[in-house]
Design a protein around this ligand. Structure first.
Ligand code: GDP
Ligand code: IMO
Ligand code: MG
Length: 429
């Protein structure tokens, strides 16, 4: 019996939330370990739709949800989300939600700086979610973040805010944006403290107790390997590491606790925001995938860019992320297509290359080399067993396994929780 860590293998929105919700029935504790409310996970359970950004998806199953120290926490966004899911009938209390007291806070200055910098970048913008994620992580490594545990020592906040504002107001003023006063931030912190502090605890200690008691932990990654600050399409990435190794440092557990690494991959590819995307389709097929897959960002509502499955990128995500198996989602979106293409290599300036380059100029110039297969006319939507899948869809899945050098252990055939096919239980590995 092992723990399971779920990560995205493309540019996010692969359906991690749906898969985590489905797997959570087999887990006791679900842990978010990086990212923040830039994530957006849609879960469909019967006629209820849950949209989660910061709360671990396992809360929907009534499991204990944990926000680890590797997450950047926007307290107002968190409270709004708690209020929303409470209105939908979920129970979120300090017994069911544990938040690491050493997690850094996202403050109003961070969102303001994120948006001001994006505006100043003009044509070179990253296309961030504008939620202050990058600036909050910068403050963490610069050692000027306000962490949740600081709220319990209000007498120390004065000089911390002085240091923080010296930095941020200088930048905001330089960018021609509105600056902040210390009183504004003090009022913000005073307002959120009474509601936030009761959730905070030493998460590492409780997870260790859980381990000793034989509890199963499901680590829920946000974003994806191609958005990883080291391994992704830098600088068009998010500001955290998204690979499975971070599940340990981002929650305070042993590296051996990561367990089975389940990489989530869409049966095609999407991306929100700017940056290279070799298999992007600008034609009717791209629009068809977007319409059929309802490809609009959960967080910002932006239409997602769509393209064919890129096996070269996923093979890299498998290796870098230590992926043990793949959950392939949204197979149903390909139903009825005459032909389906898979990217099996690239050409760069007329030369064949087998891996994705690192420099952004080269990443933007690579041209995909495709292998094309016939599609299938039957529907896979809602299939719950391998036997229900058309032969040609099975061929597609098998070819993907060969190309990415990893087994497909789960398949998802609709947004609905139970439209899922299990080939190998990751917790039993
Ligand atoms: P996440 O960020 O990785 O959790 O993914 P999102 O929730 O942002 O985006 C995935 C979208 O696809 C959501 O709207 C899901 O409800 C939906 N979805 C997940 N799995 C499937 C599937 O197998 N088929 C279809 N058609 N939709 C799916
Ligand atoms: P989930 O967990 C898709 C993208 C943004 C932008 C880049 C940097 O739902 O898969 P940031 O605000 O993080 O500084 O933006 O990263 N991005 C995501 N794209 N899914 C996400 O999360 C994302 N989180 C960030 O669009 O391109
Ligand atoms: Mg998402």
């Amino acid at each position: 019996m092992s723990n399971v860590t779920v990560i995205g293998t493309q540019w996010g929105d692969e359906g991690k939330g749906k898969i985590v919700d489905w797997l959570a029935s087999r887990a006791d504790i679900v842990v978010r370990f990086q990212g923040g409310h830039n994530a957006g996970h849609t879960l469909v359970v019967g006629d209820q739709v849950y949209k989660l950004s910061l709360l671990p998806s396992g809360l929907v199953r009534g499991k204990i949800g944990v926000i680890g120290n590797g997450v950047v926490v926007d307290p107002k966004a968190l409270m709004t989300e708690i209020d929303r899911v409470t209105a939908q009938g979920l129970v979120v209390t300090p017994e069911t939600l544990w938040i690491a007291e050493n997690a850094p806070l996202i403050l109003p200055v961070h969102g303001a700086l994120d948006r001001a910098r994006e505006a100043a970048r003009g044509d070179h913008k990253i296309g961030t979610t504008g939620r202050g994620i990058g600036p909050a992580y910068e403050d963490k490594v610069a050692r000027r973040a306000i962490r949740i545990c600081d709220l319990a020592e209000p007498e120390t906040l004065d000089w911390k805010l002085d240091e923080l504002l010296l930095h941020h107001n200088t930048l905001l003023a330089g960018l021609g944006a509105e600056t902040f006063t210390k009183d504004q931030l003090k009022d913000f912190l005073a307002e959120i403290t009474p509601r936030l502090l009761p959730f905070s605890c030493q998460v590492w200690d409780r997870l260790d107790e859980g381990r000793r008691a034989g509890r199963r932990i499901l680590f829920e990654g946000a974003q994806a390997v191609m958005l990883d600050v080291d391994h992704g399409t830098y600088p068009f990435v998010t500001s955290s590491n998204t690979v499975a190794a971070v599940a340990a440092s981002g929650s305070g557990v042993s590296p051996s606790s990561v367990g089975f690494v389940l990489g989530i991959a869409k049966a095609y590819t999407t991306r929100v925001g700017e940056g290279p995307f070799p298999t992007e389709l600008h034609d009717q097929t791209g629009r068809t995938l977007g319409e059929r897959g309802h490809e609009f960002g959960t967080v910002t509502g932006r239409p997602r860019r769509c393209g064919w499955f890129d096996a070269v990128l996923i093979r890299r995500a498998v290796r870098v992320g230590g992926v043990s198996g793949i959950a392939l989602t949204k197979l149903d979106v390909l139903d009825g297509l005459d032909e389906i293409s898979i990217c099996v290599g690239y050409e760069l300036d007329g030369q064949k290359i087998e891996t994705f380059p690192s420099a952004p100029g080269a990443q933007a110039r690579v041209k995909p080399v495709y292998e094309t297969m016939p599609g299938w006319k039957e529907t896979t939507a809602g299939a719950r067993s391998w036997a229900e899948l058309p032969a040609q869809a099975i061929k597609y899945v098998r070819r993907i396994e060969e190309l990415i050098e990893a087994p497909v252990t789960l398949l998802s055939t609709s947004p609905e929780r139970d439209d899922t096919i299990l080939m190998r239980d990751p917790f039993e590995d």
